[in-house]
Design a protein around this ligand. Sequence first.
Ligand code: FE2
Ligand code: FE2
Length: 274
Amino acid sequence: MDTTAPRCRPHRLAAETWLVPRLVPAGEAGFVPVNSMVITGEQPVIVDTGAVIHAKEWAEDVFGLVEPADVRWIFLSHEDADHMGSLRTAMDLCVNATLVTDFMAWQRISVHTELPLHRMRWLNPGERLDIGDRELHAVLPPQFDSPTTRGVVDSATGVMWAADAFAAPTPGEIHELGDLPAGLWDQVFMPFNSMGNPWHSWLDPDAYGRHLDTLEKLPVRVAASCHGPVLRGAGISDAYAKARAMAGAPAVPAPGQPVLDDILKAAGLIDPTG
Ligand SMILES: [Fe+2]
Ligand SMILES: [Fe+2]
């Protein structure tokens, strides 16, 4: 099995909008995407800043799309390590950029990283930010693994950044749902998203359904995310249907010690007969 992650290049999502794809090897599952996004509009926006392990490639790709001095906004969906890996770099290089985040994310980040409050804008779900040729509409995503998480919808293109929602592994450098092997999405959606959002088992389907109804009414034409394929058209409806079906369903247990033992045996780090 080839576990070397391919060197992905920016993938066009819509006019002036690029997915910056990265992959992390995930054993038999293939690779887990760890994506971010760039909007090269009148006031360019970086959407999430990737993981530290990808800092070099992330900077090559992002600053190949937009000059650092031209970046006006850095939208941080939340403060998890796979979303803020190059935040410090971006804030230092993009001297004209304002960080779009929220109170709780700032609180959590501030225990390890000092951020300039005067270069910050707090945007809560339901609020909109006018950035010249478009508005960024902050939303509470359909699924999330940090309470600070905000998704965003671009009014000009209908591209939604869904942060950690709608995740799925990929067998390789495949970014669009329609290009994944047949059946994979249906097979992995529940277990993969259950591990990231185990709270789904407590959900009242009606109450959660009302949240998804609100999101589905938004004029979204493309749903991109950090850890899943790019969804368009019927693929978006299908993802919402799959998320709805998780409400109240038992959470899928995460891999335990037997899986770690198998990994260690395969790597020759423990006695296979032990
Ligand atoms: Fe997260
Ligand atoms: Fe994430």
